[in-house]
Design a protein around this ligand. Sequence first.
Ligand SMILES: C[S@@+](CC[C@H](N)C(=O)[O-])C[C@H]1O[C@@H](n2cnc3c(N)ncnc32)[C@H](O)[C@@H]1O
Length: 284
Amino acid sequence: MGKPVPHDTEFSDAGALVYGDNLPLMRALSEGTCDLIYLDPPFKTLKVRGSRDGADYDDRWPGGTQGYLDFLRPRLIEVHRLLSEKGSLYLHLDWRVVHYAKVELDRIFGPDNFLNEIIWSYRTGGLSKRRFARKHDTILLYAKSNGNHTFNLVRAGAFRTDGLKHDRRGRLYKNTRNGPLYFHSEGPALTDVWDIPFLSTVSSERTGYPSQKPEALLARIIEASSDPGDLVADFFCGSGTTCAVAARLDRRWLGCDHSEEAVAVAALRLGTEPHEQGRSLTDT
Ligand SMILES: C[S@@+](CC[C@H](N)C(=O)[O-])C[C@H]1O[C@@H](n2cnc3c(N)ncnc32)[C@H](O)[C@@H]1O
């Protein structure tokens, strides 16, 4: 891996993938550079994974939850600085630490900039006989400046049709005391509960990287909270899902990961040569 870390101006074209720790990279970027940041950090699963080529994924935290938050907090502070006035953060976690992270984000962004707790619901994996099966992740959505943030209403799924009628032009409506009430032709507005299947073990989307997220999830986030030409950043990019979807949707993108394995997978997926963090940056 070769190219030095890009300067801000290099994001003006298409995208950049950086190999290295995300904190020095964030600190080296200018305030307000990013329009949308998606973070999918380790979830504090306490698991260690070895891959065939010997690269490890270590999600154990000396110091427990406090140790984990000591890692996350400075990164969230940088994310807040990096977002543009119209920018948003999506922080993807699960039951283990999301509630602690919410408290941190309220402190950093201010509670008035909290927009949504998104539930990503899926049905993968085993069941428990001792409690309800845990079948969702939680994604916290914050605006840099609530009211100035980009938000494109997304419509998905279908209305319940029992009791509804179609008019002569095929439009769905119901009769109310005030006359016919028409339903939007593109379906209901999306709520904060998202039913999106996990990647199946045989999905053609699979790169082989263990914690890879579905492109459908990222497409929804990117379409809702950015516009073509915006810069979408993922500082825990893993296999590069966010960057791949951002590129497809005509956004500029920035990905970073400190795992050699992840960056190799992402580079192949994105058809790019990664930048490598220089000593001057890692020393900061
Ligand atoms: C849950 S995975 C992300 C998966 C990704 N969303 C995808 O679709 O492939 C978390 C990633 O964070 C990376 N990571 C953890 N700590 C990091 C750090 N300090 N700097 C950069 N990357 C880090 C890990 O190597 C891992 O690839």
